[in-house]
Design a protein around this ligand. Structure first.
Ligand code: DC
Length: 217
Protein backbone atom coordinates (compact mmCIF):
# COMPACT_ATOMS: atom_id res chain seq x y z
CA UNK A 1 0.00 0.00 0.00
CA UNK A 2 1.26 3.47 -0.87
CA UNK A 3 0.59 6.05 1.84
CA UNK A 4 1.76 9.65 1.59
CA UNK A 5 1.46 11.91 4.66
CA UNK A 6 1.18 15.68 4.30
CA UNK A 7 1.11 17.61 7.55
CA UNK A 8 1.37 21.27 8.40
CA UNK A 9 -0.50 24.31 9.71
CA UNK A 10 -3.65 25.88 8.27
CA UNK A 11 -3.25 27.49 4.86
CA UNK A 12 0.12 25.96 4.10
CA UNK A 13 -1.12 24.55 0.79
CA UNK A 14 -1.45 20.91 1.87
CA UNK A 15 -4.83 20.29 0.29
CA UNK A 16 -3.86 21.80 -3.08
CA UNK A 17 -0.72 19.62 -3.12
CA UNK A 18 -2.66 16.55 -1.99
CA UNK A 19 -5.26 17.01 -4.72
CA UNK A 20 -2.57 17.40 -7.40
CA UNK A 21 -0.69 14.32 -6.15
CA UNK A 22 -3.80 12.20 -5.96
CA UNK A 23 -4.66 13.12 -9.54
CA UNK A 24 -1.22 12.57 -11.01
CA UNK A 25 -0.54 9.32 -9.12
CA UNK A 26 -4.10 8.03 -9.54
CA UNK A 27 -4.53 7.45 -5.80
CA UNK A 28 -7.15 8.55 -3.27
CA UNK A 29 -6.96 11.86 -1.41
CA UNK A 30 -8.19 11.75 2.17
CA UNK A 31 -8.79 15.18 3.69
CA UNK A 32 -8.71 14.36 7.42
CA UNK A 33 -9.46 17.96 8.45
CA UNK A 34 -12.90 17.53 6.85
CA UNK A 35 -13.69 14.81 9.40
CA UNK A 36 -12.81 17.07 12.35
CA UNK A 37 -14.84 19.82 10.70
CA UNK A 38 -17.85 17.47 10.48
CA UNK A 39 -17.54 16.72 14.22
CA UNK A 40 -17.29 20.45 14.92
CA UNK A 41 -20.40 21.06 12.83
CA UNK A 42 -22.26 18.38 14.81
CA UNK A 43 -21.40 20.18 18.08
CA UNK A 44 -22.57 23.47 16.59
CA UNK A 45 -25.86 21.96 15.42
CA UNK A 46 -26.44 20.55 18.92
CA UNK A 47 -25.50 23.86 20.57
CA UNK A 48 -22.63 22.15 22.40
CA UNK A 49 -19.30 23.88 23.07
CA UNK A 50 -16.56 22.02 21.16
CA UNK A 51 -14.39 22.41 24.27
CA UNK A 52 -16.91 20.70 26.57
CA UNK A 53 -15.52 17.18 26.70
CA UNK A 54 -18.38 15.71 28.73
CA UNK A 55 -21.02 17.10 26.38
CA UNK A 56 -19.07 16.02 23.27
CA UNK A 57 -18.67 12.52 24.75
CA UNK A 58 -22.49 12.21 24.79
CA UNK A 59 -22.64 12.19 20.98
CA UNK A 60 -19.21 11.26 19.66
CA UNK A 61 -19.66 7.48 19.92
CA UNK A 62 -22.89 7.52 17.93
CA UNK A 63 -22.20 10.21 15.36
CA UNK A 64 -21.78 8.88 11.83
CA UNK A 65 -18.93 10.48 9.88
CA UNK A 66 -18.45 8.98 6.42
CA UNK A 67 -16.42 9.94 3.38
CA UNK A 68 -17.41 8.99 -0.14
CA UNK A 69 -15.84 9.76 -3.49
CA UNK A 70 -17.88 11.34 -6.26
CA UNK A 71 -15.99 11.83 -9.55
CA UNK A 72 -12.75 11.45 -7.62
CA UNK A 73 -13.60 14.20 -5.11
CA UNK A 74 -14.19 13.58 -1.41
CA UNK A 75 -17.69 14.22 -0.07
CA UNK A 76 -18.05 14.28 3.70
CA UNK A 77 -21.27 13.04 5.35
CA UNK A 78 -22.53 13.78 8.83
CA UNK A 79 -25.27 11.37 9.98
CA UNK A 80 -26.07 10.64 6.34
CA UNK A 81 -26.19 14.28 5.21
CA UNK A 82 -23.65 15.64 2.72
CA UNK A 83 -22.03 18.51 4.65
CA UNK A 84 -19.08 19.09 2.28
CA UNK A 85 -20.05 22.72 1.70
CA UNK A 86 -21.22 23.54 5.25
CA UNK A 87 -17.94 22.43 6.82
CA UNK A 88 -16.08 25.05 4.74
CA UNK A 89 -17.87 27.94 6.49
CA UNK A 90 -15.12 29.84 8.23
CA UNK A 91 -16.61 29.59 11.74
CA UNK A 92 -16.35 25.80 11.53
CA UNK A 93 -12.53 26.05 11.43
CA UNK A 94 -12.37 27.01 15.11
CA UNK A 95 -15.00 24.41 16.08
CA UNK A 96 -12.85 21.80 14.34
CA UNK A 97 -9.65 22.94 16.02
CA UNK A 98 -11.28 22.91 19.48
CA UNK A 99 -13.05 19.59 19.11
CA UNK A 100 -9.94 17.94 17.62
CA UNK A 101 -8.16 18.33 20.97
CA UNK A 102 -10.56 15.86 22.63
CA UNK A 103 -9.30 12.32 23.12
CA UNK A 104 -12.43 10.40 22.11
CA UNK A 105 -12.83 12.48 18.97
CA UNK A 106 -9.28 11.66 17.92
CA UNK A 107 -9.60 7.97 18.75
CA UNK A 108 -12.70 7.66 16.59
CA UNK A 109 -11.42 9.61 13.58
CA UNK A 110 -7.89 8.17 13.62
CA UNK A 111 -9.38 4.64 13.55
CA UNK A 112 -11.42 5.59 10.51
CA UNK A 113 -8.41 7.19 8.78
CA UNK A 114 -6.20 4.13 9.40
CA UNK A 115 -8.90 1.84 8.06
CA UNK A 116 -9.25 3.85 4.83
CA UNK A 117 -5.46 4.07 4.39
CA UNK A 118 -5.08 0.31 4.87
CA UNK A 119 -7.51 -0.45 2.07
CA UNK A 120 -6.13 1.69 -0.76
CA UNK A 121 -3.18 3.77 -1.91
CA UNK A 122 -3.74 7.30 -0.71
CA UNK A 123 -2.38 10.70 0.16
CA UNK A 124 -3.65 12.07 3.47
CA UNK A 125 -3.39 15.62 4.72
CA UNK A 126 -3.77 16.75 8.30
CA UNK A 127 -1.80 17.60 11.43
CA UNK A 128 -0.72 14.22 12.85
CA UNK A 129 -0.60 11.87 9.87
CA UNK A 130 3.17 11.32 9.87
CA UNK A 131 3.54 11.36 13.67
CA UNK A 132 0.50 9.41 14.79
CA UNK A 133 -1.99 8.15 12.19
CA UNK A 134 0.53 6.49 9.85
CA UNK A 135 3.99 6.54 11.42
CA UNK A 136 5.09 4.04 8.75
CA UNK A 137 3.84 6.06 5.77
CA UNK A 138 6.05 5.61 2.67
CA UNK A 139 6.56 9.36 2.34
CA UNK A 140 6.10 12.16 4.84
CA UNK A 141 6.12 15.86 4.12
CA UNK A 142 5.75 18.80 6.46
CA UNK A 143 4.41 21.76 4.51
CA UNK A 144 4.61 25.22 5.97
CA UNK A 145 4.65 28.94 5.04
CA UNK A 146 4.79 32.26 6.87
CA UNK A 147 1.65 33.33 8.72
CA UNK A 148 1.15 36.29 6.36
CA UNK A 149 1.35 34.09 3.30
CA UNK A 150 -1.01 31.51 4.81
CA UNK A 151 -3.48 34.24 5.77
CA UNK A 152 -3.39 35.61 2.22
CA UNK A 153 -4.05 32.17 0.73
CA UNK A 154 -6.95 31.43 3.08
CA UNK A 155 -8.34 34.90 2.46
CA UNK A 156 -8.37 34.39 -1.31
CA UNK A 157 -9.87 30.92 -0.89
CA UNK A 158 -12.73 32.23 1.30
CA UNK A 159 -13.40 35.17 -1.01
CA UNK A 160 -13.54 32.76 -3.96
CA UNK A 161 -16.18 30.78 -2.03
CA UNK A 162 -18.18 33.97 -1.58
CA UNK A 163 -17.44 34.32 2.16
CA UNK A 164 -16.82 37.76 3.66
CA UNK A 165 -13.86 37.87 6.06
CA UNK A 166 -11.72 40.51 7.69
CA UNK A 167 -8.05 39.80 6.96
CA UNK A 168 -6.74 40.81 10.39
CA UNK A 169 -9.36 38.71 12.14
CA UNK A 170 -8.46 35.80 9.85
CA UNK A 171 -4.77 36.15 10.70
CA UNK A 172 -5.59 36.09 14.42
CA UNK A 173 -7.78 33.06 13.96
CA UNK A 174 -5.05 31.19 12.07
CA UNK A 175 -2.51 32.05 14.78
CA UNK A 176 -4.92 30.81 17.46
CA UNK A 177 -5.52 27.58 15.55
CA UNK A 178 -1.76 27.09 15.06
CA UNK A 179 -1.29 27.47 18.81
CA UNK A 180 -4.23 25.19 19.70
CA UNK A 181 -3.25 22.52 17.20
CA UNK A 182 0.40 22.43 18.23
CA UNK A 183 -0.11 22.64 22.01
CA UNK A 184 -2.85 20.11 22.60
CA UNK A 185 -2.12 17.00 24.64
CA UNK A 186 -3.06 14.32 22.10
CA UNK A 187 -1.19 14.08 18.80
CA UNK A 188 -0.31 17.77 18.46
CA UNK A 189 0.78 19.28 15.15
CA UNK A 190 4.52 18.77 14.73
CA UNK A 191 6.96 17.72 12.07
CA UNK A 192 7.75 14.00 12.16
CA UNK A 193 11.49 13.39 12.55
CA UNK A 194 11.60 11.62 9.20
CA UNK A 195 9.39 14.13 7.34
CA UNK A 196 10.74 16.31 4.54
CA UNK A 197 10.24 20.00 5.37
CA UNK A 198 9.02 22.27 2.57
CA UNK A 199 8.61 25.98 3.23
CA UNK A 200 6.29 27.17 0.49
CA UNK A 201 6.29 30.89 1.40
CA UNK A 202 7.96 32.06 -1.79
CA UNK A 203 7.18 29.10 -4.03
CA UNK A 204 4.45 28.81 -6.64
CA UNK A 205 2.09 25.90 -6.31
CA UNK A 206 3.63 24.24 -9.39
CA UNK A 207 7.10 24.50 -7.82
CA UNK A 208 5.82 22.91 -4.62
CA UNK A 209 4.12 20.08 -6.48
CA UNK A 210 7.19 19.29 -8.57
CA UNK A 211 9.39 19.42 -5.45
CA UNK A 212 7.13 16.95 -3.62
CA UNK A 213 6.94 14.72 -6.71
CA UNK A 214 10.72 14.68 -7.08
CA UNK A 215 10.93 12.68 -3.82
CA UNK A 216 8.36 10.08 -4.87
CA UNK A 217 9.79 7.10 -6.72
O1 DC B 1 -7.00 21.10 7.74
P1 DC B 1 -8.23 21.86 8.28
O2 DC B 1 -7.99 23.33 8.42
O3 DC B 1 -9.47 21.55 7.51
O4 DC B 1 -8.43 21.26 9.77
C1 DC B 1 -9.37 21.80 10.66
C2 DC B 1 -8.92 21.49 12.09
O5 DC B 1 -8.98 20.09 12.34
C3 DC B 1 -7.48 21.92 12.44
O6 DC B 1 -7.43 23.24 12.95
C4 DC B 1 -7.05 20.89 13.45
C5 DC B 1 -7.91 19.67 13.18
N1 DC B 1 -7.18 18.57 12.55
C6 DC B 1 -6.48 17.73 13.37
O7 DC B 1 -6.42 17.95 14.57
N2 DC B 1 -5.85 16.62 12.86
C7 DC B 1 -5.89 16.37 11.55
N3 DC B 1 -5.28 15.28 11.08
C8 DC B 1 -6.58 17.26 10.67
C9 DC B 1 -7.21 18.36 11.20
Amino acid sequence: MLNIALDGPAGSGKSTIAKALSKSLGILYLDTGAMYRACGLKAKKLGISPKDEKAVDTFIHNVDITVKYVDGAQRTYLDGEDVSTQIRENDISMYASDISALKNVRIKLVDLQRQIASEQDCVLDGRDIGTNVLPNANYKFYITASIDERTERRYLELIARGQQVDKDALKNEIATRDYNDSHREFAPLRQAEDAILIDTTSMTIDEVISTVKSYIK
